[in-house]
Design a protein around this ligand. Structure first.
Ligand SMILES: [Fe+2]
Ligand SMILES: [Fe+2]
Length: 283
């Protein structure tokens, strides 16, 4: 039996690496190819092995781990640049069988945020994610989903106005009347769906509503509160947080009222009059 062992970091395994393995199988007339993760990675060896098993499932002659017989060849096929692009958010470059799992599991979200955001924004996102997790825990809600929403809510904040306008024009034309500062709430769900393959409606809706505070679901409120109350913002939000730990509805209302008052005082306009959907938005 002619076998080969192909090692790599597989952090995660990419479509190109699977193609390389299949090509070797054919070119060397092998009976089977075993893919084996090695070295340090963002994910543990076990997690990478699990993803590899999902990636090779459609291919009868591809396996994970090591064969029982001595292989006729062993080589490293790591495509570092390609793996890095996946970790930066190009999930479509990952092996087909794991794309969905990457989106659902929340793997590499910190790397995606680091790649898409400036350092200060990335730090804010991590901080929001932790507050989201804390609030979800207090209310017996999905902590992982809340953390993911916090991590990703500002992922398109760096986009320039022209790019954002084109996306908003296409997917949310009714939001063009709002300030460009609001648009990232609407470009982010498009990016999350189309680039990362995220389909969770609760998460996408919470991201959509995080600037205007116009969502009434638990996760909408958690993200809205966490975005305004994360500790790096540097102001005293203990009253809002204490209330939010007991009631998300009352907490979100408090944050909304405070934010409205602040914008009126500092920027001279009432957020209730900035768009058609802001009336009675929270509560
Ligand atoms: Fe934001
Ligand atoms: Fe934010």
């Amino acid at each position: 039996m002619r076998t080969a062992v192909l090692t790599g970091t597989f952090d995660p395994v990419t479509a190109a690496e699977i193609t390389a393995a299949r090509k070797l199988l054919q070119e060397h007339n092998l009976d089977g190819v075993w893919l084996c993760p090695i070295g340090e990675g963002i994910l543990s060896l076990q997690e990478r092995q699990r993803l590899l098993a999902m990636a090779v499932k459609p291919w009868r002659h591809l396996h994970t781990g090591r064969p029982d017989v001595v292989p006729v060849m062993e080589m490293d096929i790591t495509d570092r640049a390609d793996e890095e692009r996946v970790r930066a958010g190009e999930f479509l470059r990952a092996a087909q069988g794991i794309r969905r799992e990457l989106a659902v599991s929340g793997y590499y979200l910190e790397q995606v945020v680091d790649a898409c955001c400036k350092p200060r924004r990335a730090a804010h996102s991590r901080s929001v994610a932790e507050v989201c997790r804390k609030l979800a825990h207090a209310h017996h809600l999905d902590e992982k989903l809340a953390w993911q929403a916090g991590m990703l809510h500002d992922v398109t904040k760096k986009w320039d106005d022209d790019t954002s306008r084109r996306v908003v024009e296409c997917y949310y034309p009714e939001m063009l009347c709002y300030s460009p500062k609001v648009w990232h709430s609407y470009t982010a769900p498009v990016f999350l769906k189309q680039v990362l393959g995220i389909r969770d409606r609760k998460l996408l809706h919470a991201v959509e509503c995080h600037t205007l505070g116009n969502g009434n679901a638990d996760l909408d409120r958690i993200l809205y509160i966490a975005d305004k109350c994360e500790p790096l913002r540097g102001y005293d939000v203990s009253a809002q947080m204490n209330t939010s730990m007991v009631s998300l509805k009352e907490g979100a209302q408090m944050v909304y009222d405070e934010s409205r008052r602040y914008i009126l005082e500092t920027e001279g306009f009432d957020v209730k009059s900035t768009g058609p959907d802001t009336e009675n938005t929270v509560g």
